[in-house]
Design a protein around this ligand. Structure first.
Ligand SMILES: [Zn+2]
Length: 98
């Protein structure tokens, strides 16, 4: 899934593996409203105002609301706006049975 794993020199897979991304939820690329940095985060469907049984692979980032998550740049919990739902990362996790 090279679409998702290498963007602007970022290693999205490594960002997702970082504890800062969070443990639960679907992987999204999101922008912190506080400092403007873009990071891979996990957010649950409910946090993004989506139906809990919605198919994550059919989600559009533009339909997702911002969600609260800690930002290590702001050193506090801030709001994050989803930019992209990282379907590739989601599917590769599923393929591994996670
Ligand atoms: Zn921030």
């Amino acid at each position: 899934m090279s679409v998702d794993t290498d963007r602007d020199g970022r290693d999205l897979e490594a960002e997702l593996a970082n504890p800062a991304a969070g443990k639960f939820g679907i992987p999204v690329d999101a922008v912190c409203v506080g400092c403007g940095r873009t990071r891979v985060k996990r957010a649950s469907l409910e946090e993004m105002d989506q139906h809990p049984r919605a198919d994550p692979t059919a989600l559009k980032a533009s339909d997702c609301t911002s969600f609260k998550h800690v930002c290590y740049g702001c050193q506090s919990a801030t709001w994050w706006n989803p930019v992209t739902v990282l379907i590739g990362l989601l599917e590769s996790e599923r393929d591994r049975g996670e």
